[in-house]
Design a protein around this ligand. Sequence first.
Ligand code: HEC
Ligand code: HEC
Length: 194
Amino acid sequence: MKNFVIISLLLINTVYAAGDAIAGKDKAIHCISCHSIDGDTKIPIYPKLAGQHEMYLIKAMKAYRDKTRDIPTMYTIAKKYFNDDNDIEDLAAHFAAQNSGSCIDTPQTTQKKVDEAKIIACEICHQPDGNSVLPFFPKLAGQNKEYLIRAMQAYKNGERQESQMSQMALLFGDDTNIENIAAYFAAQKPDTCE
Ligand code: HEC
Ligand code: HEC
């Protein structure tokens, strides 16, 4: 039964995400300065998009465009470069198809912080190593540590609202634990490395 549900969900994803990755690469020219052409940005405050689930990327772009995730920089970019669902799907297909290079990056963190992270219940959705399997749970493995800290703080202080994560934010603990959790996921090997 469980496998059936998972397979059905994956099929839904295939039908839903009809983007053209080649067209998406051309459109990604406007994303280079922050995310880099392959989405594997080394600038720690920006999220890596390489190898992220296509369905989640689509959701995130629509949320910026529709201001349900209210970030002025991304809203301006959305209005200029992906106001149209077609552009969103093409961009998502391009970035989802890239490999994250985090497997060969210098670690963004210390082993001590990784060891000290108190991670409660994240694995149900994100997997123990942050390589989420289901397409609507974003992958956290190898994500930039500074961005992960920012994302968690935004859920915690209510700036970013989403039913599941706004609840989970109650379990994040203090700033030190948030940093340690971010360090833990940033240090995991993305599944696109294999
Ligand atoms: C000026 C820098 C800048 C440029 C250019 C830019 N972004 Fe972003 N992007 C950001 C920042 C900052 C965030 C994180 C915002 C937040 O905290 O929600 C972000 C977040 C995202 C996310 C969400 C990632 C996640 O893990 O939730 C997606 C998807 C995204 N950008 C796509 C794009 C695309 C596609 C383009 C090009 C059309 C683009 N961005 C151009 C700065 C930029
Ligand atoms: C019940 C499922 C579920 C659980 C459990 C869960 N998450 Fe999430 N997580 C999600 C979903 C869904 C999203 C995307 C939400 C959105 O669109 O803003 C998300 C997004 C995130 C993001 C933002 C990623 C990005 O690219 O912007 C971070 C960071 C995160 N989760 C950390 C955690 C941590 C840390 C835990 C454990 C304390 C946790 N999550 C537990 C479902 C879950």
